[in-house]
Design a protein around this ligand. Structure first.
Ligand code: PSU
Ligand code: MN
Length: 309
């Protein structure tokens, strides 16, 4: 019996720096592209994309921003590709894990959401992924639940986030994570963070206070139990957190506007985030940047703690 794995039909381009780090068992942190293409306005999105990569490097790990470019999976974008993603975000489709095959088979360009990024990162052998906030259960009775949740359940990766976006129904999102079997762990907190603010009032069952303790849990989950995703909930730094009444008011306004304009489906999350950016005079963008960079730092620490010593 041959031990040579069958050739993969997946068009996967791993950047040399990322491939070298993975081959050496080094620390790599995946980053998503939807937050760049569709989650933040240009040119703030490019500044955030670069700041996230810098934060990962500052933590001693190699960043790998993931996107689909001309029908190929790119694991690690160079600066020119990152700039194109930020400047021409509208030309990139927004893809979840379920639709990846279409964009790849057709040779398209697509920004990857949390679900798609998690699946592709795991496929490339990356075990840590840092982002802003994951998708989840939307408010109201539309039945819109992000594919991020089931994808995390089955993908062996740690996603470092500031919880789920505050535009969502957080109690239902937490319940659904539990139903699906995603392990949710507070990082220095016993509460689900509320993205722009540090607390939601929703208690978490599990808390860790350092990357080593988190790495031990991740290893047991993946290598011992062959289970899926770990959602690491890292609250926004105190000095960057927004005033709760201000951001809650802005979210209510954005949700009402989306409802009045009939915005649903894939467009809903980008619409709400753009509206929040405008209504808060940029405060939402600044907070998003601060929390994402903080997640990138924790991601780097976790990736380092997971490397074989
Ligand atoms: N969080 C942010 N900005 C974003 C997103 C999350 O702060 O742009 C993106 C992520 O890519 C996430 C996606 O996976 O929104 C969820 O979209 P949907 O609700 O359509 O599944
Ligand atoms: Mn959705």
């Amino acid at each position: 019996m041959s031990r040579v794995p069958p050739p993969s039909v997946l068009p996967l381009d791993v950047a040399p720096e990322v491939a070298d780090a993975l081959a050496a068992g080094g620390a790599v942190v995946a980053l998503e592209s939807t937050i760049v293409a569709h989650g933040l306005p240009y040119p703030d999105n490019l500044a955030v994309a670069r700041a996230l990569e810098a934060a990962v490097r500052g933590g001693g790990a190699v960043p790998a921003t993931i996107a689909v470019v001309a029908g190929r999976v790119k694991v690690g974008l160079d600066d020119a590709a990152l700039a194109a993603l930020a400047e021409h975000g509208a030309r990139f489709a927004k893809t979840g894990a379920g639709e990846l095959a279409v964009h790849l088979a057709r040779g398209g360009d697509a920004a990857t959401t949390v679900s798609a990024t998690a699946v592709l990162a795991a496929r490339a052998g990356i075990r840590v992924f840092a982002t802003g906030g994951i998708g989840g259960v939307h408010r109201g009775a539309t039945g819109d639940v992000s594919h991020d949740l089931p994808a995390l359940a089955r993908t062996p990766i740690a996603v470092v986030s500031a919880g789920a976006k505050a535009i969502l129904d957080l109690p239902r999102t937490l319940e659904t994570l539990e139903t699906l079997g995603v392990l949710v762990v507070g990082y220095g907190t016993g509460e689900l963070p509320a993205f722009y603010t540090r607390s939601s009032g929703l208690a978490l069952d599990h808390r860790v206070d350092d990357a080593r303790a988190l790495a031990a849990i991740c290893r047991m989950r993946w290598d011992g139990l062959h289970q899926g995703g770990v959602l690491v909930c890292n609250p926004i730094p105190e000095d960057a957190a927004l005033d709760r009444a201000m951001i809650d008011g802005a979210i209510d306004e954005a949700l009402a506007a989306a409802d009045a304009e009939g915005v649903t489906g894939k467009r809903l999350t980008p619409y709400l985030l753009a509206r929040l950016a405008r209504v808060t005079g940029g405060a939402a963008v600044a907070a998003n940047r601060a929390l994402a960079a903080n997640n990138a730092r924790v991601g780097a620490a976790l990736a380092a703690a997971l490397t074989p010593s």
